[in-house]
Design a protein around this ligand. Structure first.
Ligand code: SF4
Length: 273
């Protein structure tokens, strides 16, 4: 395929990306900052460049897998559903689950990711009568150095960094992980049905998971819409001498960028741009 064709495909992807964004924006009324939008596009572009050979081999895309008639510990019926991509080569079947996460974090927390994918493999086995030969997560978040090379249009650096990047995390099919995961889903169903919506304790919010840079209360909660009414978050912030309306960042330049982006987005919204 020529360079011209490659450019055409990326142009097409960018157009579809923009259309999707506009569609979601119109549907939900929620926007993201220009910097986040650019980051999301770079994410898609880098993923396409790296995983093109796998993407082109996918024989069944967005396969909906469903496991109905499951029973929670308190007797509630529920169905597990998931969407995967499947590659069939000769007699071999590989099931891929795409996550917009960092491969290092997936690798460190392999067990947490394995449960869900094992359930999909189990459903596949029941529906199609064959056990997948391989199951894997494709963690699509490109490393910072790949994004930087893309931004700088530094072709040599991009080649080197892309070669080092491995977004595919392979996992082993394990039946005992299926049972554990289904039982965990059942407990969640019971919590939802019984209106037990208890946030993690402030102590839990202060913990940093392996592979992450900031504790949950900082990395995740500051993006959560429920934080203004969440008692745990209020207490977590109070333990840092902050109000819950404030933002904790690890790097002051990050805060500055967020402020600028926030203002820009608000101005766009006000002026209807
Ligand atoms: S702020 Fe949101 S994410 Fe954080 S503990 Fe509360 S509800 Fe959960």
């Amino acid at each position: 395929m020529s360079k011209h064709d490659d450019q055409e495909i990326e142009q097409f992807l960018e157009e579809v990306f923009s259309e999707n964004y506009e569609h979601l924006h119109a549907e939900t009324g929620r926007g993201i900052t220009p910097a986040m939008r650019q980051l999301a596009w770079e994410h898609v572009r880098a993923y396409w460049r790296k995983m093109r050979s796998v993407a082109e081999k996918v024989t069944e895309t967005e396969v909906r897998l469903s496991l109905p008639s499951q029973t929670s510990p308190s007797g509630k019926q529920f169905t597990i559903e998931g969407v995967v991509d499947v590659v069939r080569e000769g007699d071999e079947t590989i099931i891929y689950d795409l996550k917009t996460h960092n491969p290092d974090i997936v690798m460190i927390n392999k067990e947490a990711y394995a449960g869900q994918l094992n359930v999909y493999a189990h459903i596949w086995q029941k529906l199609r009568g064959n056990t997948p030969d391989d199951i894997a997560i494709i963690a699509t978040e490109p490393p910072a150095e790949v994004r930087k090379a893309l931004q700088d249009n530094d072709i040599d650096a991009l080649k080197r960094k892309m070669a080092k990047w491995d977004p595919v995390v392979r996992l082993n099919f394990d039946q005992s992980a299926v049972d554990k995961c289904v039982s965990h889903f059942g407990q969640i169903v019971d919590n939802i049905e019984n209106r037990r919506f208890v946030p993690p304790s402030p102590k839990e919010l202060g913990k940093t998971k392996p592979g992450q840079k900031a504790p949950f209360g900082t990395a995740v909660c500051r993006h959560c819409d429920a934080r203004f009414s969440c008692r745990s978050y209020e207490k977590y912030m109070a333990s840092k001498g902050r109000k819950r309306t404030e933002v904790i960042v690890h790097d002051e330049s990050e805060l500055e960028t967020e402020r600028e982006d926030f203002l820009e987005t608000m101005v766009d919204a006000e002026t209807g741009v």
